[in-house]
Design a binder for this molecule. Structure first.
Ligand code: UDP
Ligand code: MN
Length: 351
């Protein structure tokens, strides 16, 4: 009996040792941290609190000795607007962030940002202004890749781009219906990310071409899933939001539901997150189409449905997509990006 017990104890010890060895080999991240610390000590003979890289997005490493204004925990720099959602995502307004601090943090991370922009048919006329102003305001000093989708590759304007910034052009078919152009964006964004994903872990923003940058749009906008508040409805009750109201559609948002009304003209985040969004919206859009349903505002409706369930981790204020025809409201201290005034009858392929 005693002999048996000893045997069992030995087996238990052996199993424990084996499990330990196994854990050591299947958790390279732990070993990575350990090695990193050892190297660091050897090099500098001291260990800062900032060496453990847990996650790309959430671990924000600031450079030491950066001088900036002391942040207050009792007096908000903006008291006229809401700067956090009920699910605790920041809402980005001018005055809520320190651009120098954020840029230093993201410089260390060596991030890259892709921007997609569609210029199909006559919308090619907006591209020059879009690209030129992006060169002045969009992620200055960072690695930027602007991806233009167009049916008129020969008409893409030559715009001088700074070092570290590049433009690529992808051909897409022309279309007779603007609804179709706008809807196919999700499909093309999905395939672009699928091509890039294995080599790229950066961020992406999907932007309307009929718009211009007027002010900084930078690292403060980075997040997992990023949505922009539509400038047209942000002071309204949710009952006035132009969500898809027919329960047959997969973009349906029921009365009494919905947080904010977000723009279809600007959204973004980590490639993985935007891939999930584009894939879902595309699939729902296509299933609707098979049943002869087209949501009120096409992919914008599907995007709003998606964001109701999948809450954005960062919300950008209407500073990030204003409309040129709209006078500036007092809470908008800076317009960063804005839709230009256009004559729909002149530029769209159908009414
Ligand atoms: N678009 C395009 N060609 C068209 C219609 C739309 O390239 O004929 C693209 C373009 O990028 C545009 C976006 O789809 O910015 C959304 O369409 P639009 O700007 O007309 O929608 P709105 O902002 O007026 O709701
Ligand atoms: Mn637009």
């Amino acid at each position: 009996m005693k002999h048996l017990n000893n045997g069992r104890a030995l087996t238990l010890v052996l199993v424990a040792v084996l499990l330990g060895v196994l854990c050591y080999y299947i958790t390279p991240s732990f070993r990575g941290i350990k090695l990193f610390k050892e190297n660091d000590i050897r090099q500098e003979n001291r260990l800062d609190a900032d060496v453990i890289h847990v996650s790309r997005e959430f671990h924000l490493v600031a450079p030491d000795h950066l001088q900036y204004k002391q942040p207050s925990i009792v007096h908000g720099s903006r008291t006229d607007v809401v700067t956090v959602t009920p699910w605790l995502a920041p809402v980005v307004w001018e005055g809520t962030f320190n651009p120098v601090l954020l840029d230093s943090i993201y410089n260390k991370k060596n991030v890259s940002i892709t921007a997609t922009v569609f210029a199909v048919g006559k919308y090619i006329m907006f591209l020059k202004n879009f690209l030129e102003t992006a060169e002045q305001h969009f992620f200055i000093g960072f690695k930027v890749h602007i991806c233009v989708f167009t049916d008129r590759p020969d008409e893409v304007p030559q715009v001088r781009m700074a070092t570290g910034r590049q433009l690529t052009v992808r051909s897409v078919p022309s279309s007779k219906r603007w609804q179709e152009i706008s809807a196919r964006r999700m499909e093309l964004i999905q395939s672009l990310i699928e091509e890039q994903l294995p080599n790229d872990s950066g961020y992406i923003f999907c932007l309307d071409v009929d718009s211009k940058f007027h002010g900084r749009w930078g690292t403060e906008s980075l997040g997992g899933l990023v949505a922009v508040i539509h400038p047209g409805y942000y002071r309204d009750d949710r009952s006035k939001f132009p969500y898809e109201r027919s329960p047959e559609s997969r973009a349906y948002v029921a009365p009494g539901e919905g947080d904010f009304y977000y723009c279809g003209g600007a959204f973004g985040g980590l490639l993985q997150e935007v891939h999930q969004l584009a894939k879902t919206c595309r699939s729902n859009f296509e299933s609707d189409a098979k049943e002869g349903i087209e949501a009120a505002w096409q992919e914008e409706s599907h995007l709003n449905r998606y964001m109701w369930i999948n809450k954005p981790s960062k919300v950008l204020s209407p500073e990030y997509l204003w409309q040129d025809f709209k006078p500036k409201n007092p809470e908008v201290h800076i317009i960063r990006f804005s839709g230009v005034i256009k004559n729909y009858a002149e530029i769209r392929p159908n009414a």
